[in-house]
Design a protein around this ligand. Structure first.
Ligand SMILES: Nc1ncnc2c1ncn2[C@@H]1O[C@H](COP(=O)(O)OP(=O)(O)OP(=O)(O)O)[C@@H](O)[C@H]1O
Ligand SMILES: [Mg+2]
Length: 224
């Protein structure tokens, strides 16, 4: 089992959207996947309530019980766990980062949003430095220069790498959220679907390419 955590210290950056999009991409790729929703706003759990399909599993949990929730997910056969966190300063982001094999930090590309990245970098440091990528989100589909500049700024100024996949601003994201679905389920050949599937593929291959450290080891270490 491996764990991908979504975090960021700003609200509305796309954490829940990406968490659910990745979960559905994983499920459609044949993986057993669970979403753990640590946000008291419970947006992911509410999405699940609007949904007719049983998959992916979504569990609303308290951050202080994350370790036990991960153990339960593993015992139930989850191969991939995706953790959604609250968009403000509480301990869910730190806990989610501690147990992550990969952290994804969605952000909009304007400077006000980018300036919140150091707070996310601080959390990564406190969590022991899990592997992390910033995911540029809500980009205008024609704004190639904006993407290049934001990538450069994120890397140079904030010292964080950007994922090679970014997500454009597309109406499919909000439309899908309303009906308890994700863009892949509205139009599997659509551009938003392609972006989410590509981000999942990148994340999956990235985690699989790394050896050693995995969440089970950290759970075992924290029990010792
Ligand atoms: N790429 C995108 N294109 C269009 N709309 C988007 C995109 N990404 C996210 N949104 C919309 O932006 C809003 C905020 O997204 P989301 O709820 O995923 O953010 P969040 O980081 O989880 O917020 P919070 O911090 O409140 O939990 C939602 O209405 C969502 O549908
Ligand atoms: Mg959210």
């Amino acid at each position: 089992m491996f764990t991908i955590s979504l975090l960021g210290q700003k609200g509305g950056t796309g954490k829940t959207t990406v968490a659910l999009g990745l979960a559905v991409a994983a499920f459609r790729a044949g993986k057993v996947v669970a979403v753990i929703d640590l946000d008291p706003q419970a947006s992911a759990a509410n999405w699940k309530d609007r949904r007719s399909d049983n998959n992916p599993a979504v569990v609303s949990a308290q951050s202080s019980r994350l370790k036990q929730t991960l153990t339960a997910a593993e015992e139930m056969g989850a191969e991939i766990v995706i953790i959604d966190t609250a968009g403000r300063n509480d301990d869910s982001a730190l806990n989610a980062a501690r147990f992550a094999d990969l952290v994804l930090i969605p952000t909009r590309t304007n400077i006000v949003e980018l300036e919140a990245l150091p707070a996310a970098a601080d959390i990564l440091r406190l969590a022991g430095g899990p592997k992390a990528f910033v995911v540029l989100n809500g980009v205008h589909p024609a704004a190639n220069r904006q993407v290049a500049e934001a990538r450069e700024l994120v890397q140079r100024t904030f010292g964080l790498p950007c994922a090679p996949i970014h997500l454009c601003h597309r109406s499919a994201y909000a439309d899908a959220m309303t009906s308890g679905r994700t863009p892949q389920e509205l139009d599997e050949d659509g551009k938003a679907a392609g972006e989410l599937d590509a981000l999942f593929q990148f994340s999956f291959e990235f985690v699989n390419s790394r050896t050693g450290e995995h969440v089970q080891d950290r759970i075992a270490a924290s029990r010792a």
